[in-house]
Design a protein around this ligand. Structure first.
Ligand SMILES: [Zn+2]
Length: 178
């Protein structure tokens, strides 16, 4: 089992840098470690003045990190399409097949990101918490045969709820609900 990471070391969030030297596989406690890395991505966005509720990491089954991660960059890049999952998949580059990959996202992918998951054939999505906002997208993923695991981590739900309370306008813009 190898552990490989793409991109420049300095760009990795702290947790992801730690993960690189560990032998990990998808599932169980490892899901939580990857989700911790995705959460670090979300916090990076907050530090950049962006939306802190989107963080994502793409992993090949067996512990090969394909993307150094991604986070929502709507505010930073003035780009309405740059959701965390899209950013993450883009950062992975042209990896070819997605058949044995797992996408970790701090919250349930929206319709846009769920569409990308189905389009590229990513078979498994692990969500940090807060599935309620995009229940329809979750149904869509499951209908298309994607395995969806919700870790239901309370900290993530609170981080999202707190941000939405302070920046309802940006959140509503992000999900097309203005
Ligand atoms: Zn999205």
């Amino acid at each position: 089992m190898r552990f490989i990471a793409a991109g420049e070391d300095s760009l990795y969030p702290p947790v992801l840098s730690t993960l690189r030297v560990m032998r990990v596989t998808s599932g169980g406690d490892d899901d939580r470690l990857y989700m911790q890395a995705a959460t670090e991505e979300a916090k990076l966005s907050l530090n950049e003045g962006g939306i802190p509720i989107g963080g994502a990491v793409l992993v090949r089954d067996g512990g090969v990190i394909l993307s150094r991660g991604g986070h929502n960059r709507r505010v930073q890049d003035d780009d309405p399409l740059m959701h965390a999952e899209i950013n993450c998949i883009r950062n992975a580059g042209r990896i070819g097949r997605y058949g044995n990959t797992v996408l970790y996202s701090t919250l349930m992918p929206c319709y846009l990101c769920a569409g990308a998951v189905v389009q590229f054939g990513i078979p498994k999505v692990v969500v940090g918490g807060e599935s309620a906002s995009f229940a329809g997208a979750e149904d869509f993923l499951r209908e298309k045969g994607v395995r969806v695991v919700d870790l239901n981590l309370p900290g993530l739900t609170e981080m999202m709820a707190g941000y939405i309370e302070r920046h309802a306008d940006i959140w509503n813009e992000d999900i097309g609900a203005l």
